[in-house]
Design a protein around this ligand. Structure first.
Ligand code: DO4
Ligand code: MG
Length: 287
């Protein structure tokens, strides 16, 4: 029973929903949390009890086919970990003038963690992610997303796209915020798999398919078992001397990077699948 944010044809008001089969139940209408912020402000034990209570009350839901799924984020910030997979380290060393920073961070105690987006920069499933107007080399980064409570507990997992400019970052690592953070630089969704329902999150297949003009132009896969850091380690560094009263989303890094000659183009379609969670599909637009 995944969690989602959705809106109906009748109303633009975003709602928090529980998906049961092919129906979605509005949590607030059953006395549950109305927003993700509310859901993530308490403990996972409280959230689980609330979801179970609501599930017992839920009868006739809305047909999933009649609602629009939104990115599962409202007041949260999105942070991201980097160089957590060997493939990411190697690709960065290839593209960069400053190769050793990536080599060193891969094995350092302190992981690379950076601010990726506020909710306004995150696009919904089906909406366009963007590549920068001043970038010549761009890739999607398929990443497992940890959905964390205000206390840093894992409430669930989602699928994320940390769209990145390789030309901007490659020129100088100090340009990382510009390579990573701009209008529509991220996508998350389509749902949140609840932590107590997803078994073995450290052993899930991650797939990326990029289509152009109706055909597949790149296909790649990895597994979350290739992640070089523990979730606990990433969360501990993220929360060190930092507060997230509304919860926070943490992208855990990419293990799939297309070959050097590939760059995203306007009109491409990116589909990222993570086993047990779902598939996030977004077209690409050049700003
Ligand atoms: O060092 C730059 C960012 C790395 C990143 O975003 C990733 O490995 O996923
Ligand atoms: Mg990334």
């Amino acid at each position: 029973m995944p969690l989602c944010r959705f809106r109906t044809l009748e109303s633009d008001l975003p709602r928090l929903g529980l998906i049961v089969g092919d129906e979605v139940h509005d949590l607030a209408s059953l006395g549950g949390p109305a927003t993700l912020r509310e859901a993530l402000s308490g403990s996972v034990a409280t959230l689980k009890a609330e979801i179970e209570r609501v599930h017992a009350l839920a009868h006739q839901g809305l047909s999933l086919a009649e609602v629009t799924l939104l990115a599962p984020i409202d007041q949260q910030e999105v942070w991201a970990a980097g160089v957590t997979y060997l493939r990411s380290r190697d690709a960065r060393m290839e593209e960069s003038q400053e190769k050793t920073v990536y080599d060193r961070v891969y094995d350092a105690d302190r992981p690379e963690i950076f601010f990726k987006a506020n909710a306004a920069r995150v696009v919904d499933p089906g909406d366009a992610v963007a590549v920068r107007s001043d970038s010549t080399w761009d890739v999607p980064e398929p990443e497992l997303v940890l959905v964390l409570t205000s206390a840093g507990e894992i409430a669930g997992y989602s699928v994320g796209n940390d769209v990145s400019s390789r030309s901007v970052e490659g020129e100088n690592p100090l340009y990382l915020p510009q390579a990573k953070v701009y209008r529509h630089c991220a996508a998350v969704g389509p749902v949140i798999a609840l932590a107590w329902e997803l078994d073995a999150p450290r052993d899930k297949n991650v797939g990326l398919i990029i289509s152009r003009d109706g055909g597949v132009i790149f296909e790649g896969e990895t597994s979350t078992n290739q992640l070089h850091r523990t979730f606990e380690d990433l969360i501990a560094y993220l929360f060190r001397d930092n507060d997230f009263p509304d919860g926070v989303l943490l992208m855990t890094g990419t293990g799939i990077i297309p070959p050097s000659e590939f760059t995203l183009q306007d009109g491409d379609v990116v589909a990222i699948s993570i086993e047990g969670i779902g598939t996030l599909v977004n077209p690409v637009v050049r700003l």
